[in-house]
Design a protein. Sequence first.
Length: 318
Amino acid sequence: MKTPVTEYSAESDRTPERPLFALLLLFVVPLVFGALMAPQMVRLLEWLSQYVNLGPHFTDPRFKRVLSRCVMLIAMALLYPAVRLSGIRHWSTLGWAAAPRGRWRPVAAWFAAGAISMAVAYLLSDLAGALYFNPRSTHLATTAAKWASRFVGAMLIGILEETFFRGYLFGMLRRRLHLVGAVASAAFLFAIVHFARPVEPAGLDPRHWAAGFQLLPHIADGIQPQYAAPMFVNLFLMGMLLCLLYDHFGTIYAVVGLHAGWVWAQGAGTYLFDRAEDGRLWELFGASETLSMTWAGTLLLAVFMAGALVLRACRSKR
């Protein structure tokens, strides 16, 4: 088994590092400057709509969506300097090293594992009476287009999030902490970031320069209280699982595929199934058909976590 790239020690790759400053650059600066940029972006879109037909998605956007896009753009612009400040000089250090069987074979294999496992979970939920089959559309072309767009989105999420959370963040923590500390820290940050679901307060003026700062205190208001606990546990377990798999394989391809497969299949599941009206298996599902927001999703993650621990145990015996 190759040494994971998260534990590289070549002196040629090491330069003076400022990891704390790099994290502040990625987690604090985008929020501050995104909040300042979002009202100006709203004004710009309104001005452009006078001359160009941008469509309703751009001419009348939700302010929270504009803010999130501004934060994302700034974070992406700062990713390269943050990576440099962390002493990273090669893509292989972020997990994108050459793979003996090709880069995309493990992506495809683990995408299938994630998608099939999620599909089985939805089918079992249907058989147990917790969910029932109720597709949003029966039009074949519409469904195919929706699933194709979800596939592209899932792959982008897998590539971008795994490069950042596992390749960059976990990799940086792994070089400074014991495995348990690095996994727990990276998983906690992964879970917290996914709680960013803002709700616009009443009376918010999206053109006011402070609108972004007025929205920030409501950044997690979109999380319904009954789903907060299972969501956090599931995101934390998912973060731990992906870190352990990345540390085991030493490359990022498996975790990209697994993450994307879960995202795509869960999107398909919520498109095809609804929660049963009689509330059967309430303790596991609550009122949601989205497995990542339920304790039923925790059971699925527990199975994968057990498998990841078995993989590590087998490697340690070699």
